[in-house]
Design a protein around this ligand. Structure first.
Ligand code: GDP
Ligand code: MG
Length: 744
């Protein structure tokens, strides 16, 4: 139907050639025109006639002979073709160049896909003595055709000098020239004589003998190229003969003879026992060794290449032509195979590229199977068509195709593994963090267990995803190396997460230390306010001695930190921290604890706080007796003496508190040794949040002496002055209260 899509496409395709595309092929297709130009429509014609995809299952027959010997008429009768024939009245040459048509006969006795070439007759009036075209067209027909039909009038048989014999001489010469280049091929041709206007008076056998003798003479007379001097005509040609009655005078007999003749255009085989009579074909004329082994889809390109060589007077080298053809066609077939491959694979590639660009690596479901299918299909598509061509070229191009597909597939495969890797690592670290958070809310969690659990999940997920992209049975498609890289990265990330966990642990322990110190150091300073254990009085009962305040603080400090260090290491060991990591953590803990202690002491020693404590200390000593009972001042009391004593006792606290010193030795605490050297693996980055400690961090230029000095000299003096004033205030008030007591 005219509206069918294919039909439309065909029309559209040939629109440039005429109103109706099909009309162009009514008389077949012109292969070579009168200007010796090759027609590029042959491919379309073969597609149009459904031959292009038939591989080797087609045949090529050419017809030769003088002009106007009824060649076109014969072909039309034999094959139902529509080659132009000369009208009875005009007597003018009609066949120009070389035409080709498919056999249109419906006869089931004939082979499939016979292509017939009608070659322009020579010695025609129009072309005159155009030996050049004759030679070229002969060469072209020989290079392509299995059967060369030679049309000859019966009355010309035996006329050795006749035009047809000249033509045959050309054919033989040209053949020798071809085979000089192509000695390896066993390709032969059949020369099929059709004797026209056969009267029947001379038996065909006699005509045959005459022709064969003439052919031998021609062969002998040829100057043969070097290496082929002793070759025989039978090395290259088989011969067949058919005689046809006069078409006009004996139309019925002609028709019947043509009908019989047409049945011979079928597949044949050689009978070795009948070699001597091999021209008598009982089977068909198409013997396998006549076939030029050019696949139908390559025929247009091959024919064009051959014609190009011929027309430019280059040496025609058929093996080279076949190799060139193989390269051309294999490339074309490969492109086609790659188009189908692209249709499947490109969407996956874009999906992957987009996902990567968005930073959201995505695992594509069922990719492995899809890739494998696309790969197999591409190779199979290629193999089906291309394996018919030159084996060496085919193999090379097949390898090229495989490397093309595999380059793409490998990239896709690797991309998917990268996606699985990245998403797996992200998921893993997120899962661990959120499990830790949940554990923190609950108040207890086992970090090591969380990590090993999540690692198992991460590995299982990775393998599932990797398996999904594997091309079953393809050697490069394995993920062993990638898996081990993935495992390594999981370990690496686990290490980082563990260090984070260590940080959290350290923070918790530091907080604990700080709160402990706040309580215990606070109590020590409060004790000062109570004034008991004053420096003047000997140590009594369980009263702590003021003199030993730093001994006690250092002791409780180091004990607290020791306790904290143990808490830290116990916990860290539970999640597989290394001894090294624990060493660093403890070292940091000691430093931070010292800073916490200093901060607490500084807070206690803030001017206002300390003055208050000293005043309380003084009041306690001055207004209370040894038993802690408030004094009721009597005029006999030595108020001045008691005042002096209490004041000087409290004043001794100022130098005592100014510096942290051992009560026995008078030296600062062994801070440097206690903190110890930085473990080698304590990274510089880790230390950035650490406050420099005098005497420990030597490069800071602050000595241990300074580090343990809590009040500077000016501050001490200032404090002394202020305290004295405060003490005097208390004294004056006490005095006034005594006076008023007497008055009342
Ligand atoms: P071509 O140039 O060889 O292709 O010859 P054509 O097929 O065009 O025919 C040339 C002329 O020969 C036409 O006028 C035909 O009618 C005529 N013709 C065709 N067949 C025969 C035949 O069998 N015998 C004779 N004597 N003439 C024929
Ligand atoms: Mg003709």
């Amino acid at each position: 139907s005219a509206t069918a899509p294919e039909h439309m496409a065909v029309n559209g395709h040939f629109a440039s050639h005429g109103q109706n595309g099909h009309a162009n092929f009514q008389h077949g297709v012109q292969v070579i025109d009168e200007d010796k130009e090759f027609n590029t429509d042959i491919g379309q014609y073969l597609t149009y006639e459904d031959i292009a995809r038939s591989g080797f299952n087609y045949h090529l027959v050419s017809v030769f002979g003088s002009q106007s010997t009824g060649k076109s008429t014969l072909l039309n009768a034999l094959f139902g073709t529509s080659f132009n024939v000369m009208s009875e009245t005009e007597r003018r040459q009609t066949t120009k160049g070389i035409w080709m048509s498919k056999n249109k006969s419906q006869s089931s006795d004939m082979a499939d896909n016979i292509l017939v070439m009608d070659v322009e007759g020579t010695d025609g009036r129009e072309r005159g003595e155009d030996q050049d075209f004759e030679r070229k067209s002969s060469l072209f027909a020989l290079a392509t055709s299995e059967v060369l039909m030679v049309n000859i009038w019966e009355h010309q048989v035996g006329l050795y000098q006749g035009a047809n014999m000249g033509l045959l001489k050309t054919v033989f010469e040209v053949n020798l020239q071809l085979f000089l280049k192509d000695k390896k091929t066993t390709s032969r041709s059949l020369i099929y004589f059709v004797i026209r206007d056969f009267l029947g008076t001379t038996p065909l056998q006699n005509l045959r003998n005459t022709l064969m003798q003439d052919l031998s003479k021609i062969w002998t007379s040829l100057s043969k190229p070097q290496g082929l001097e002793n070759s025989s005509i039978d090395d290259y040609f088989d011969f067949a003969f058919t005689a046809l009655p006069h078409k006009i005078y004996a139309p019925d007999k002609f028709e019947q003879a043509v009908k019989d003749m047409s049945k011979r255009f079928r597949e044949g085989h050689r009978d070795p026992r009948r070699d001597a009579l091999r021209s008598e074909f009982e089977s068909g004329v198409f013997l396998p060794e006549y076939h030029r082994r050019i696949p139908a889809d390559g025929l247009p390109h091959y024919a064009e290449g051959v014609w190009d060589q011929i027309v430019n007077n280059k040496d025609l080298d058929l093996p080279t032509q076949q190799e060139l053809l193989a390269q051309f066609r294999c490339d074309e077939i490969m492109r086609e195979a790659m188009i189908a491959f692209d249709e499947t694979i490109t969407p996956f590639e874009s999906k992957q590229t987009n996902a990567t660009a968005l930073g959201q690596p995505e695992v594509i479901e069922g990719l492995g199977a899809a890739m494998l299918a696309a790969r197999s299909k591409a190779v199979k598509d290629f193999e089906t068509e291309a394996s018919r061509y030159h084996k060496g070229v085919y193999q090379r191009k097949r390898t090229e195709l495989e490397s093309k597909t595999d380059t793409r597939l490998k990239a896709l495969f690797a991309g998917q593994l990268t996606a699985a890797h990245k998403s797996g690592i992200t998921k893993f670290s997120e899962a661990v963090s959120s499990a830790v958070k949940a554990g923190q809310k609950k108040g207890a969690y086992d970090f090591a267990e969380i990590v090993s659990e999540q690692k198992k999940i991460a590995l299982r997920d990775y393998e599932t995803q990797a398996k999904a992209v594997v091309l079953e049975g393809v050697s490069w498609s394995n993920y062993k190396q990638e898996l081990s890289l993935y495992q390594k990265e999981l370990d690496h990330v686990s290490g980082q997460l563990r260090r984070d966990e260590m940080r959290r642990l350290a923070t918790r322990v530091e907080r604990w230390v700080r709160s402990k110190l706040n309580d215990s150091v606070g109590l020590e300073f409060n004790a000062i306010g109570s004034g008991r254990g004053g420096s003047g009085a000997p140590e009594e009962g369980d009263r702590p001695s003021e003199k030993q305040i730093w001994d006690r603080i250092w002791k409780l400090f180091t004990e607290t930190v020791k306790d904290a260090e143990k808490r830290f290491s116990d916990r860290a060991l539970s999640f597989d921290a290394s001894q090294d990591e624990i060493d660093v953590g403890q070292w940091r803990l000691r430093r931070k604890s010292w800073s916490a202690l200093r901060a607490k002491i500084d807070e206690e020693m803030m001017e206002g706080n300390l003055l208050l404590k000293l005043r309380e200390n003084f009041e306690d000593k001055f207004r209370y007796d040894e038993a802690g009972v408030p004094r009721i001042w009597k005029p006999t009391d030595d108020m001045d003496g008691l005042f002096q004593q209490a004041r000087s006792s409290t004043l001794t606290l100022i130098p005592l508190l100014s510096k942290m010193r051992n009560s026995q030795t008078g030296s600062p605490p062994p801070l440097t040794d206690w903190i110890g050297n930085a473990p080698p693996s304590a990274a510089a980055a880790d230390e950035e949040d650490l406050v420099p400690i005098g005497g420990v961090d030597e490069e800071e230029g602050k000595s241990l002496e300074e580090e343990t000095t809590l009040l500077s000299e000016p501050k001490r003096q200032d404090l002394t002055v202020r305290f004295k004033k405060a003490a005097e205030g208390v004294f004056m008030e006490a005095k006034r209260s005594t006076v008023s007591g007497i008055q009342s």
